[in-house]
Design a binder for this molecule. Structure first.
Ligand code: EPZ
Length: 430
């Protein structure tokens, strides 16, 4: 078992480079199978989720050539199966992006029905609604979703909920449908725009991505392209929050400041200093943070993927803060773990009432999911004493070399795999 061992108390100081956006990369990797020509993708994060999706693609015959740690060449001209096996979906839900991509290109696809996960039930009814509107017949048989169509015809689709996944999946299928598709109430996240730009670079005709109405004019086929993925908004936000919570001074490089507006605004509101540059943001905090209210919303609102990290920062702030989680129904599982470190948080339904405390005490905690795991790392960086975090494989799903980047900012954090290594760490840090 791999754990993080963290000795808290060091303010984070220095510079850190942000990698490519995981949630853009997952959709773009899937979309790359929509052409028989070679696609070159760079600035891809080297994280567990993207590596599992690449394995899923290789399992159906996609040739993936790793040019370097962050670049791949993809050729999908020799696909020999349209069925994405169970174990890939069990590992990452985003394999379902292959549904929209394969349906668009081959008019057929079979993917294991993704289950719920640690933050909620995660239905995919809106994805299915979109595929059916385009003329596909979607059946669920023995836990598999089978989508097939004689042909796909453009349609006017109104999403009942703002869904990142449904917006992207429908956009991919519609890109190769006959005629015009309009997606209303579309999600507007930066990674939606990135996927639309990627598809357009392959010859698709997509307009309006980034607004709540996306217009797609289907084309006959897509061609190869070279593409670089946008920086990861949530990795950047996580380091911004860690800088503020540890009362540090960090320059977060290779970001698009506009994508971080809601996070920067909240950090300024609670007393941090945030300075924006063309492709970097600097976060400085010297005093104890103040309380505030947060409501997670679709972009450009405060991102649900930053909710746990914000909660940790507010749990150490002066006063009482309120966080309401409006996107997922079960995204406060980390609160029990934080309470073991001394946090005073009460969860009522989808609202957390946070009474700020002066400090945390190090403890043994378990990461319940990806972003909550990152939040527990921030808590460990602020705590007195040593914190051990178990199930860090969740964190490795979405953060490349998280401990290495934090160490470069002065954090005392190490990956440990045995009691002996834990003792060695404790002796070293004193
Ligand atoms: C994407 O998940 C991200 N994952 C999530 O990030 C992120 O939290 C979420 O968008 C919201 O921004 C990837 O991009 C791989 P949704 P997705 O469809 O697409 C409901 C992380 O930490 N809904 O926008 O699954 C759903 O239950 C992960 O990187 C339906 O009801 O999210 C939720 O309440 C965690 N029916 C809401 O919509 C549907 O068909 C938003 O979900 C689809 C969604």
């Amino acid at each position: 078992m791999e754990q993080y061992a963290i000795k808290g108390g060091n303010p984070l100081v220095g510079e850190v480079e942000i990698g490519g956006a995981k949630n853009a990369a997952l959709a773009i990797l899937a979309a790359a199978v929509m052409t028989d020509e070679t696609v070159y993708i760079e600035n891809m994060p080297d994280v567990r989720d993207t590596n599992v999706l690449i394995q899923a693609m290789e399992s159906i015959g996609v040739v993936v050539n790793r040019v370097d740690r962050h670049s791949v060449k993809i050729n999908a001209s020799q696909i020999h199966s349209l069925t994405i096996e169970d174990d890939f979906i069990k590992k990452i839900r985003a394999s379902y992006y292959l549904l929209g991509a394969l349906l668009g290109k081959y008019k057929k696809a079979e993917v294991t029905l993704p289950g719920g996960c640690n933050i909620g039930s995660r239905p995919i009814d809106q994805h299915i609604k979109g595929f059916e509107a385009l003329g596909a017949k979607v059946t669920i048989d023995h836990g598999m979703i089978i989508a097939e169509a004689e042909e796909l015809r453009g349609s006017h689709i109104y999403l009942d909920v703002v869904s990142v996944g449904a917006t992207i999946n429908i956009m991919m299928a519609a890109a190769l449908a006959e005629g015009k598709t309009i997606i209303e109430n579309a999600a507007k996240e930066p990674h939606i725009v990135d996927v639309a730009n990627f598809l357009n670079s392959m010859g698709a005709n997509i307009k309006g991505a980034g607004t709540d109405v996306i217009r797609i004019r289907g084309v006959k086929e897509l061609h190869g392209t070279d593409y670089s993925i946008i920086p990861d908004q949530i990795e950047a936000g996580t380091f911004m929050m860690a800088a503020a919570a540890t009362k540090g001074d960090v320059l977060i490089k290779n970001v698009i400041p506009k994508h971080l507006d809601s996070i920067s605004a909240k950090l300024v509101e609670i007393g941090a200093y945030v300075e924006e540059f063309d492709d970097a943001v600097r976060v400085v905090s010297k005093e104890r943070m103040k309380s505030t209210q947060i409501k997670t919303l679709p972009y450009p609102g405060f991102p649900t993927d930053m909710q746990p990290q914000m909660a940790v920062t507010l749990a150490l702030s002066e006063g009482t803060s309120i966080i309401s989680e409006s996107i997922f129904e079960n995204r406060f599982k980390y609160v029990d773990e934080l309470s073991r470190m001394g946090a005073k948080i009460k969860v009522e339904g989808n609202t957390a009432i946070i009474d700020g405390v002066k400090s945390f005490a190090g403890a043994n905690v378990v990461a319940p999911d990806l972003r909550a795991g990152a939040a527990l790392v921030i808590a460990g960086l602020c705590a007195n004493g040593v914190t051990l975090i178990d199930k860090i494989e969740y964190i490795q799903r979405g953060y490349e070399d998280f401990e290495g980047k934090l160490r470069s900012l002065g954090a005392e954090i190490e990956k440990v795999t045995s009691e002996k290594e834990i003792q060695k760490f404790k002796l070293r840090v004193g």
